[in-house]
Design a binder for this molecule. Structure first.
Ligand SMILES: Nc1nc2c(c(=O)[nH]1)N[C@H]1C(S)=C(S)[C@@H](COP(=O)(O)O)O[C@H]1N2
Ligand SMILES: [Mo]
Length: 418
């Protein structure tokens, strides 16, 4: 029996152990890089590194299939070995399910351009959901399966020498008998499980409410205004097409992205400028800006990271209107947009800037755009990915050179067409 076990461990068992270790490290790298990719904090900190990190995440993600394939080759044999061990079989299913689910949704996210926003959006939901469930599961699995938590009678199997020492220890120190190990183990399991639930639970609930659209009622106008860190007077009165929103209310949730700390504005520190190669440079303060004629349009909003918000009813001033009023010089080729965060910029060619649905937006679904979503005024370019939609827009400049925007400079595609 001992001989048999030893041979199993040397050959087949060792192969499984190596696969398990590889898989473990891959999951660690993917978890860390994935968490850094979704956390807004790291956007500003990493800058260009973000694009590299995404690339790493994709490559390691693709490689994660290798141990799975190798495992599947050994699976039949492993399955026989697991006869009667229901929990271990369940665990194999969960882990394989997670890996395959992450892989497929990950490939769809990677190929967001080829598959389009609908697939990316669903893939992101699945990718996130698997992470919410899978990561706590795997963390629990790795802590509670750690060697130091194993009862002595399971460790005995490892090596005879260890086993003997263990048996002696048990005789010498009755406190370390299997029973008390077991209860300590059960205790630690519950503690670890509880700890993870407390740590992850609240944000998971929040995610569920937001993403799966388990609606707890749309925030009221008052709620949004209270959340808003801006203080600008007077409030713009929404047009009838905006309130109630003619799009029927946006579907989906914006993720708050910013490469800087989120700025806030008052009548004192806010202004809006159009200048550069124009006949008539202009500058407005808030009181003047609120009086400009606005329009209403309904459009979808897509981020390259996979999420979308559909049927947004935006109210604001079409970009074209600004360009016409200021009078663009024939030498101008590019429209450059500045953010009030002092860092973010982007640009459109003069030709692209003629699209009718590009808007300098002030209201979303009849409400002020709160400062965390780019209010009081943000750009909207519905036909391009949202990194073109500069938040806290406060200056439009016409120039005769190309301008590479914040994210394009850090590796995003210059072509942002959806
Ligand atoms: N000033 C500024 N504008 C920005 C960004 C930013 O980080 N700073 N992120 C862009 C990206 S990548 C996206 S997806 C959208 C996100 O808008 P939201 O934060 O309102 O959801 O804003 C775009 N405009
Ligand atoms: Mo984005």
């Amino acid at each position: 029996m001992g001989e048999l076990l030893r041979r199993l461990r040397k050959g087949f068992g060792r192969k499984l152990a190596i696969l398990h270790a590889w898989n473990g490290w891959i999951v660690v790298v993917l978890a860390l890089s994935g968490i850094m990719l979704v956390m807004n904090y790291w956007r500003g900190v990493l800058g260009e590194g973000r694009v590299w990190l995404k690339e790493l995440h994709i490559i390691v993600g693709l490689l994660s299939l290798v141990p799975v394939i190798f495992y599947l080759l050994l699976a039949a044999k492993h399955w026989k070995q697991l006869r009667g061990k229901r929990w271990q079989k369940f665990n194999v299913f969960v882990v394989l399910g997670l890996l395959v689910g992450w892989f497929i949704s990950g490939v769809l996210l990677w190929q967001f351009r080829a598959v389009g926003p609908w697939w990316s959006n669903h893939a992101l939901t699945v990718h996130d959901l698997l992470t919410w469930i899978g990561l706590p599961y795997i963390i629990y699995h790795s802590i509670t399966r750690a060697k130091w938590l194993k009862e002595p009678n399971r460790r005995v199997v490892r090596t005879e020498r260890e086993g003997k020492a263990e048996a002696e220890a048990t005789v010498l120190h009755p406190a370390a008998s299997p029973q008390s190990y077991l209860s300590r183990r059960a205790f630690v399991k519950w503690a670890v499980g509880g700890g993870i639930a407390i740590a992850v639970g609240p944000s998971f609930l929040k995610w569920t409410v937001n993403t799966l659209g388990v609606s707890i009622g749309n925030p009221s106008y008052e709620e949004i205004v209270t959340r808003d860190g801006n203080e600008l007077i007077p409030l713009p009165q929404p047009m009838p097409a905006s309130s109630p929103p003619s799009g029927g209310g946006a579907k989906g949730e914006f993720r708050i992205y910013s490469v800087t700390p989120i700025p806030s504005f008052t009548n004192e520190n806010w202004s809006f400028t159009i200048d550069g190669l124009v006949d008539k440079p202009m500058k407005w303060n808030w009181e003047q800006f609120v009086k400009l004629t606005r329009k209403v349009q309904v459009s979808d909003f897509h981020c390259v990271t996979g999420w979308s918000v559909y049927k947004n009813t935006w109210e604001g001033i079409p970009l074209k209107q600004f360009l016409q009023e200021a009078g663009v010089n024939p030498t101008a080729t590019t429209v450059k947009f500045y953010s009030g965060d002092g860092v973010y910029t982007d640009s459109l060619t003069l030709e692209q800037a003629q699209m009718d649905d590009i808007m300098v937006a002030m209201l979303h679904d009849g409400n002020l755009i709160p400062n965390d979503l780019g209010g009081p005024v943000r750009l909207i370019v519905p036909k391009m990915y949202a990194y073109k939609s500069v938040k806290w827009l406060n200056r439009i400049e016409l120039i005769d050179k190309d301008h590479v925007g914040y994210w394009e400079e850090r590796g995003y595609d210059k072509d942002a067409w959806i």
